[in-house]
Every structure is written in C-alpha cells, then in structure tokens.
Design a protein around this ligand. Structure first.
Ligand code: UGA
Length: 471
C-alpha cells in the first residue's frame, strides 16, 4: 500500500518506519526542513532503541522517504495518516488541535479518489468529525473517508510495541475505510493473534484517552499505597506481586515511583477532564489522579530532606537519571525537574547524570552541573538520588559509588537497586514503599529465602525447595 505519514514526531516516525518494515511504500512529511534534511541523512530527531537501524534500512531500500512536499506526498496515497502533535493548550489543559486541522486543510485538495485519512494523533472525541468537515468543504462526500486509529506505543519500547501490540483499535464510519485498514493490519497481525477492535470513530478516540487515564490511575494507586506501606511496615514490591498475579488486576504498571511524567499521561488526563467537563460529566477518579500525581512529584524533595536529616542547605546532591523514564531522551514532565528545582530552592547544589537525556536536560535546568559519568557525578556528594531506573544505574557498583561520596546517603525513588547490596556497600538507603527503620527494628527477623516476596509453586513446596523468585 502507499502510505503517507503527516508528522515525524514519535508516533509518525515510528509508525511510518514500521509500516515500511511490513512492505508498504511510506512517505513521511514534515514542515520542519531541518528535521527532514536530517532524516534523509540518517540523523534521527529522537532517541529510540532500534529505530535508527530500521529507518536507514528502509530508507536505503527505497520504501521509506522523507519530504516537506505535502502535495506530492499525498497525491497517490491509499492512506494518509495524520500524526502531528496535540500539545496541551497553555493555561487550558485541553488539546491544541490546530496542527491536526491545518494538516486536514492542507491535504484535502491533493487526496486521491478513495483515499482514507486516518487520525493517529491523540485527539478528543469529535475531532474526526471536524476533520471530515474540513475535507468535505473542498472534496465531494464519498470520495474520501476519515477514520481513527489511535496509537498505544510507549517511548523507549516503541518498535516492539508497534510491531506486536496488545490490540489495534480502528474507528470508522464507512465500510471502505474499514476494508482498507483491515487490509493494512490483518495480514501482519492475524498470524500473531493480535485482536483488532473495530468501532465507531468517536469510541476509538475515547479509547485512547481512557487507556492512558486508566494506566495513570493504576500508577497513582500504587504510589499512594507505597506511602501507606512505608508507615504500616509493609513492602510495596511484595504487595505488587501479591495483587498483580490476580489476572483481573494484572502485573504491569504497578511500579511505585516519583510520579508519572512524559508527554502523554499528564497531557491526556487533563484533556480527558476537559472533554468530560464539556459534557457535564465528573471524572472524579481521574481528577484525583492528576492532583495526587502533581503533589507527589513535589513531595519527593521532602524524602531527600528527610534522608539527609532535615536540611539540604549547603549540601551537594547527585541526581542519577533525569529523563521521565529510561530508554528515552525525553524530559517532558520528568519528575527530576520539580525535584531538582525544589532542592535548589532549599539551598542544595545539584550535580546530575543521565546516559542519554543530558542535552535536553541542559535546556530545562539552571545551575546544574551535568556530568557524563555516574561515579564522578557522586564525587563529594552528601546524597545520591536515583530518579530514573536506567539499566546502567541499576547496575552501578555501589561500593565504588559510596567511596566517592561525603556521606553514605542513597535515596532510590524507583527501587532500582537492592536494599541489601546498598546496605552492604555502607549506604543508608531510603526507598519507595519499603518499611521505615522503626518498623524494621520492631519486626521479627524473617528467616529463609521465602520471606521476601518469593513466589513458590505448589511443586516447589512439595519438593521442599525454596521456590523460584519472579521478583
Ligand atoms: C504512554 C502509554 O503507556 C502508551 O500506551 C501510550 O501510547 C503513550 O503514553 C502515548 O499516549 O503516546 P509513555 O508515556 O511513553 O507511554 O510511557 P510509559 O511507559 O507509559 O510511562 C509513563 C510514566 O509512568 C513514566 O513516567 C513512568 O516512569 C511511569 N510509570 C510507568 C510508573 O511510575 N510506574 C509504572 O509501573 C509504569
């Protein structure tokens, strides 16, 4: 099939590349000439594992091209995807749809007869109707279709998420669009049993927001329970294991941390609330999720204060991990930013390390020494704070780290390292959702491998073995 992708952001570039991987001819269009020139030379505007190899492979094979010439890119396309950004409108919280509408207006005169225009950007309910209206003002009704096909890929895992999704959602208002989109996805997904949900356009649009809001709520639920665990003498990791094995709950997205960030959950939860307001519906659970997450990000600085004895004034704090999650260079809504700003306001000097995110971090953070080695970053620090669970941070040699520091204080906001190894290295460690020292002192000492959230099977017990851990 001939596919045109409008927008070469995360969704556009990854989807376009994966469609080429499946054998389609793909043209990616962007107004940013520098970005297109870079892509034509194999320079990617984002960091995403595996993406550069696939882009250069299919670019060289002639199946994936990049251009600013929208008219030429659209004229022969069977499917035109709109994958432009829908940022939150400043001070409003609702999605700014101007790029989507502009794209619809610009492609309309050039569409081939029978072309299917598919909105892949995350857009509020009714956007497809508006796009339909814009195109319908210059094209004969019935000569084109408008569909919705939201994207569920995660940054950092975008390629595997796109190639093997849990499901595909298609929102259509006519049989032609359904047939074309099923043709696009059926052959690649049928052998892998990937379900395709076909629904009306307005439902498809809402599915995307509902999914993100649900996941944001799931994380926030665990974050609040982590606070309870700390005071009640319980362990959030074991709790996650214990509830996650219930298939109705599921074990994914139960990791408590410093609060969710990124370009999607914060923006999409707010946009969903705006939509609900427009329809006079109260989404109280989502409202609470948004409020609790914002408060949590700010509260993380207090954890650091507690760990160093109440005052960071004049202290040097080393922050390890800056991006909103690992395997991305994205700093949008990263919990590291409010944490660092708050610690600075309290008088701390900040040194920071991130394996990939430092160029972007440099644009957002003032007065932070960015150091490209985690051990050097910790040199003479009074505390180390782990904010993003990059693999290289999980695997740090904690004894080596400790030796460079002024004081043995480690605050691990992602439970990225093991408490035992941190303590063996001489650290006083503060984690998320773990019993506080008071509780540890008053609790009986648990003996045996089974005492720490190990998963035993019936057979293990019968055989009298200690069981295998899935932690
Ligand atoms: C999210 C969704 O997961 C994707 O399905 C969706 O397509 C995407 O938004 C989007 O709308 O474009 P993404 O923002 O890339 O993907 O990253 P996630 O892996 O979902 O993480 C979001 C935030 O939640 C991060 O700050 C992460 O650290 C945090 N998180 C995630 C937790 O704190 N705990 C968890 O268990 C999982």
């Amino acid at each position: 099939m001939k596919i045109t992708m409008i927008g070469t952001g995360y969704v556009g570039l990854v989807s376009g590349t994966c469609f080429a991987h499946w054998g389609n001819d793909v043209i990616c269009v962007d107004k940013n000439a520098a970005k297109i020139a870079g892509l034509n030379q194999g320079i990617l505007p984002i960091y995403e594992p595996e993406l550069d190899g696939l882009v250069s492979k299919y670019h060289q094979a002639g199946r994936l091209s990049f251009t600013c010439d929208l008219a030429a890119a659209v004229k022969d396309a069977d499917i035109v995807f709109i994958a432009v950004g829908t940022p939150a409108r400043a001070g409003h919280g609702d999605a700014d749809l101007s790029f989507v509408y502009m794209a619809a207006k610009e492609i309309a005169p050039h569409l081939a007869e029978g072309a299917v225009v598919v909105v892949k950007s995350t857009v509020p309910v009714g956007t497809g109707d508006a796009v339909d209206k814009i195109i319908g003002s210059v094209r004969r009704r019935g000569s084109y279709s408008v569909a919705s096909n939201p994207e569920f890929l995660r940054e950092g895992a975008a390629i595997p998420d796109f190639l093997k999704p849990d499901r595909v959602v298609i929102g259509v208002e006519d049989m032609h669009a359904q047939t074309v989109l099923m043709q696009l996805y059926r052959d690649v997904f049928a052998p892998h049993d990937v379900p395709v949900v076909v629904t009306r356009r307005r439902t498809s649009e809402l599915i995307k927001y509902a999914a993100n809001a649900f996941l944001a709520t799931k994380i926030t639920f665990m974050n609040e329970l982590a606070d309870l665990c700390e005071l009640a003498g319980s362990d959030i990791s074991d709790l996650a294991l214990g509830i996650g094995l219930d298939r109705r709950i599921g074990s994914c997205f139960l990791n408590a941390g410093p609060g969710y960030g990124g370009s999607c959950f914060p923006k999409d939860t707010l946009a969903l609330l705006r939509t609900a307001q427009d329809y006079g519906v109260a989404l109280r659970v989502v409202e609470e999720t948004v409020t609790a997450n914002e408060a949590r990000k700010r509260k993380m600085a207090l954890k650091v204060l507690d760990a160093v004895g109440g005052d960071v004034d004049g202290l040097t704090i080393a922050v390890l991990g800056l991006t909103f999650k690992p395997d991305t260079d994205d700093m949008r809504e990263a919990p590291s930013v409010p944490l660092i700003e708050t610690l600075q306001r309290f008088g701390a000097t900040i040194r920071a390390f991130d394996p990939v995110g430092m160029p972007n971090a440099a644009q957002m953070l003032d007065d932070v020494a960015l150091i490209d080695d985690p051990y050097e970053c910790a040199r003479n620090a009074d505390a180390v704070v782990i904010v993003t669970e990059w693999d290289c941070i999980r695997r740090l040699d904690l004894t080596r780290l400790r030796k460079r520091m002024n004081a043995p204080v480690l605050v691990d906001l992602r439970n990225a390292v093991s408490q035992e190894s941190a303590e063996a290295a001489g650290f006083r460690i503060t984690m998320i959702g773990k019993p506080t020292r008071n509780h540890k002192e008053t609790q009986p000492v648990l003996q045996g491998r089974g005492a720490r959230g190990r998963l035993h099977t019936g057979n293990d017990e019968k055989a009298g073995t200690a069981g295998r851990s899935r932690l």
